[in-house]
Design a protein around this ligand. Structure first.
Ligand SMILES: Cc1cc2nc3c(=O)[nH]c(=O)nc-3n(C[C@H](O)[C@H](O)[C@H](O)COP(=O)(O)OP(=O)(O)OC[C@H]3O[C@@H](n4cnc5c(N)ncnc54)[C@H](O)[C@@H]3O)c2cc1C
Length: 333
């Protein structure tokens, strides 16, 4: 049984910054995340993509942002339980008990749910034998390192921002890039879709339209080709050794939906001024939280982390006055 002032469920950017805000108020916290590393979507989905709307950073790669957040919370030596999914949350005013899928129990005075999209995972194409190619890395749903694709023949499937952005980013690295989409119009940002058309016109990318994924060719996880089918059923084989299907993320609150919190369309409803949920003592911040006017942006999660930590102080330290102070005044405790 681990004890803490604040249990933070989710170590994405919102959860990491919540650990900082708690530390600044001299509240100890514990970060718990289902993934093996911190950083949430930034680390798992797009570590090498530059983000342009983090205040005071004209551009910062998502992985670098996570590294900076880690540096910022380092003084507090926040404990972590990684590779653990929180399955159960029980209790009420006075204390909560959390249980992970590995059987650990955590007692906390207050809880911050910073679970983002919940147990997010990629939407997988229904292709025979997919698991073996996923295991070998021939089929991947995220680009962790562009360099892994150097010299590869890559098939990218999908019509959204990820498909278009990665086609543009990999064209100078991969030996060849094919983009498979079932219709000529792309859902991606118009500017990116136009760049894709221009790259295709220059022969840098081959468009395979209107086709959809039909089968995988190869043996023992070694991919040699991707079969695609047109709407009339005619098929075509593209020789390739990497497939990147970008069909979006499956969002699922997972166990959080069973914790008796007021929900709104797969999100946790909170009071905007404090980020408290319908259960006193349980707070929600970042992508998982919703209220009128909510923007799913990292910067919004940072601000919500500060509000939640301040609202938690009287719960975790009853009777102790909290004097609002700037960090420039008090420094890092
Ligand atoms: C390709 C892409 C580009 C983006 N670009 C931008 C951008 O330019 N600017 C911007 O502001 N935002 C951008 N975003 C959105 C941004 O990444 C999210 O808003 C942000 O990650 C939300 O942070 P979070 O901490 O709320 O949740 P997340 O980053 O989703 O982290 C939540 C964490 O909670 C964990 N978790 C969930 N349930 C449990 C459980 N039961 N037990 C334990 N752990 C759990 C998950 O494993 C995850 O690690 C982008 C997103 C994507 C996919």
């Amino acid at each position: 049984m681990t004890e803490t002032d604040v249990a933070i469920i989710g170590a994405g950017p919102a959860g990491l910054f919540a650990a900082f805000e708690c530390g600044m108020l001299k509240l100890n916290s514990l970060l718990i995340d289902a993934l093996d590393e911190v950083g949430g979507q930034c680390a798992a989905l797009y570590p090498e993509k530059p983000i342009f709307d983090i205040p005071a950073h004209p551009a910062i790669e998502a992985g670098a942002l996570v590294a900076q957040l880690e540096r910022q919370i380092a003084p507090f030596a926040t404990r972590r339980l990684l590779g653990r999914r929180v399955e159960a949350l029980e209790g009420g005013a006075g204390g909560f008990c959390l249980r992970t899928d590995k059987g650990e129990q955590v007692r906390a005075r207050a809880v911050i749910i910073a679970a983002g999209a919940g147990a997010f995972g990629p939407n997988r194409p229904p292709l025979a034998g997919l698991a073996a190619y996923e295991a070998s890395g021939a089929v991947q749903y995220y680009v962790r390192r562009r360099e892994d694709f150097r010299g590869r023949v890559v098939v990218i499937a999908g019509g959204g921002d990820s498909a278009v952005d990665w086609a543009l980013q990999l064209k100078g690295i991969a030996a060849r890039v094919h983009v498979v989409h079932r219709r000529p119009k792309f859902r991606a940002a118009p500017g990116s879709a136009a760049q894709l058309d221009e790259a295709a016109a220059r022969g840098e990318i081959e468009m395979v339209i209107p086709y959809q994924l039909h089968g995988l060719h190869g043996e023992d996880g070694v991919l040699t080709g991707v079969e695609v089918a047109a709407l009339d059923g005619t098929t075509r084989l593209i020789e390739a050794d990497r497939l990147l299907p970008f069909f979006g993320l499956a969002m699922d609150l997972g166990p959080i939906a069973q914790w008796g919190l007021a929900l709104e369309r797969h999100h946790v409803r909170v009071t905007p001024a404090t980020c408290e949920t319908s259960v006193p003592g349980i707070f929600a911040i970042g992508d998982v939280a919703t209220y009128p006017g909510k923007l799913k942006l990292i910067l919004q999660g940072f601000s919500e982390a500060a509000m939640a930590a301040h609202a938690i102080h009287p719960i975790a330290r009853p009777g102790e006055a909290l004097h609002f102070e700037y960090s420039t005044t008090k420094g890092v405790p």
